[in-house]
Ligand binder design. Structure first.
Ligand SMILES: [Mg+2]
Length: 315
């Protein structure tokens, strides 16, 4: 498969998962397949819980903020990526509790997350993992060390706990190896050796072949079970659609688990595996950025090098 197919699959797959999962957030297990017993049985981009059909939530909104910063600045400019603050101040429909605390505490970009972590001692939410699709695509070509380093630094803007950095770095590396036509699941043991030793054990547990989301010791709004559940959904299904259904059926933080799953499955199966009935209604509001609402460009997948501007366009 062409790399560009995989790249577009990450960007669009993650957004699709986010929009599919949003209406089921904090719901019970099995709610999605109870409502849609078979793929395509009804309009799965149903909206609800305050979301319009096809509306992407904070996961995708923040991923696009990262993407636009990378494109405008020609690379990683961390103070600029902290444009997150401007978005958070513009009353987005949803924002993670921890992310909101950090982005509204009035501290500068290089202190806000660290001080929050020092005070609260808890910062291992999935909020940096959820927004990593665009950065994972952008940095994949730069190699293993560069993509994992960028993941950690972008994560640290909002998450003081290294657990969140490492989870985001694993996601970046899973995307990179998939672009090289390596099976991400067989690459996991090698990727774990690249994880900071203090955090390797917990990731080894949730990424093990026999781990099931029912064994999670935290709510899936935490980074470990969120990443573990996404990898489980990819491992135990055989199509993009089924991976989405498995992820959302886990309940809990469904938009984010499905966004992470959608990124991995989008890389694995490629853009062409994502059903048009899911991409057609997809749209992403960007509060704080001129009231823009982005939709998928009709010509996806885009040409190499233009992936971001050609994937999303103003509605
Ligand atoms: Mg969300």
């Amino acid at each position: 498969m062409k790399r560009i197919q995989r790249a577009a699959g990450v960007i669009v797959g993650s957004a699709v998962g986010d929009a599919l999962g949003g209406p089921f957030e904090f719901g019970p297990q099995g709610a999605f397949s109870a409502r849609f017993p078979a793929p395509g049985a009804g309009d799965e981009m149903c909206g609800g819980g305050g979301w319009d059909p096809g509306e992407a939530t904070d996961d995708t909104q923040m991923a696009i903020l990262v993407a636009e910063s990378l494109l405008e600045r020609g690379g990683l400019d961390l103070p600029d990526v902290f444009r997150f603050q401007r978005w958070a101040a513009s009353d987005p429909k949803d924002i993670g509790v921890q992310t909101e605390d950090v982005l509204t505490n009035g501290m500068p970009w290089d202190l806000a997350a660290a001080i929050h972590f020092q005070v609260n001692q808890r910062a291992a939410g999935n909020g940096s993992l959820m927004r990593a699709s665009a950065s994972a695509v952008h940095f994949a070509a730069a190699g293993q060390e560069a993509t994992m380093d960028a993941a950690r630094r972008i994560a640290a803007l909002t998450h003081g706990d290294r657990a969140a950095w490492e989870g985001t770095a694993i996601f970046h590396e899973l995307i990179r190896v998939t672009f090289e036509d390596t099976d991400p699941l067989t690459a996991l043991p090698d990727i774990l050796t690249l994880v900071h030793p203090d955090h390797r054990g917990r990731y080894a547990t949730v990424l093990a072949p026999d781990w099931h989301p029912d064994q999670a010791t935290e709510f899936n709004g935490s980074v470990w079970p969120c990443l573990g559940s996404a990898v489980w959904a990819l491992r135990t299904t055989t199509s993009f659609e089924d991976a989405m259904r498995a992820a959302i059926d886990l309940g809990g933080d469904t938009d984010t688990v499905a966004a992470v799953t959608g990124g991995l499955a989008g890389a694995y199966y490629g853009m062409a595996a994502i059903p048009a009935r899911w991409t057609q209604p997809l749209h992403v509001p960007l509060p704080g950025f001129d009231g823009r609402v982005l939709r998928l460009a009709p010509c996806t997948p885009p040409r190499r090098g233009l992936w971001m501007r050609q994937v999303w366009q103003p509605a």
